[in-house]
Design a protein around this ligand. Structure first.
Ligand SMILES: [Zn+2]
Length: 244
């Protein structure tokens, strides 16, 4: 009898082990900052709110350039751009281009659309660019872009079937708008707005080399960091770009 009970207990243990979900590793995001201030604690609260499936570290430019070197690329899974850095050398630019084109995915937020005024390949990487001065790019001349802070407007979901926006409906934000920025032809638009002080497309995806890229124009300050819809969008963006 004792043997039967022991065997039974062993079976229960085996069953319990087999049915438990294997612990999955979190997606390690590397947030690139620098060149623009932001409310760090509140921004980090947003990152923590993404749950145990996502872990984060923050690296500030220019020191963060080292993170794009081949020997450091295994230290993270997804790049999140929240910088507005401008100064870059050819070697630094080549290192970023190489890192992303070989497959390191990117989620680019808000003022990272305004970074690297003198490095057009960055505009190709994220498929967008806020111009601080009149700029001719791909045969078209863009006037300097404009921005307005503290506006209430609606973010419209233009593709509810895409994994980044799945399960989401139009939602209100209190944020800054940008108007007149370049959006690459051929990107997949996910978010739009009717707000007249904004360029209509405010969220998109694209590929750059082997990497998936998501760009979200929103994200200036605390009201957006604390917006549950924006948090969901950010989490689904990170999960989607990471999936092979
Ligand atoms: Zn801003």
């Amino acid at each position: 009898m004792k043997t039967i009970i022991s065997a039974f207990l062993i079976l229960i243990c085996l069953f319990a082990t087999a049915s438990a979900d294997p612990p999955s590793k979190p997606i390690r995001i590397l947030v690139i900052t620098g060149g623009h201030g932001y409310k760090t604690a509140e921004f980090n609260n947003m990152l923590s709110s993404l749950g145990p499936e996502i872990s984060y570290q923050v690296a500030e430019l220019p020191a963060a350039y080292d993170m794009f070197l081949p020997e450091n690329r295994d230290r993270y899974d997804v790049l999140v751009f929240y910088h507005m850095w401008q100064k870059i050398t050819d070697d630094q630019a080549n290192s970023i281009t190489d890192c992303i084109s070989k497959g390191k995915p990117v989620v680019a937020l808000h003022h990272s659309i305004c970074a690297f005024d003198d490095w057009p390949e960055y505009w190709n990487i994220i498929g967008g660019k806020y111009f601080h001065k009149a700029t001719t790019f791909k045969g078209r001349t863009y006037e300097p872009c404009s921005y307005i802070h503290d506006l209430n407007f609606t973010v419209k979901i233009s593709d509810t079937k895409h994994p980044v926006t799945r399960g989401m409906t139009d939602f209100p934000v209190f944020d800054e708008t940008y108007k007149g920025y370049y959006v690459e032809e051929g990107v997949t638009p996910l978010l739009t707005t009717d707000e007249p002080s904004s360029t209509p497309v405010i969220g998109w995806t694209k590929n750059y080399g082997k990497a998936k890229v998501v760009v979200l124009q929103s994200g200036h300050d605390v009201p957006t960091f604390e917006n549950p819809d924006f948090r969901k969008l950010l989490k689904q963006s990170i999960s989607w770009v990471y999936k092979k």
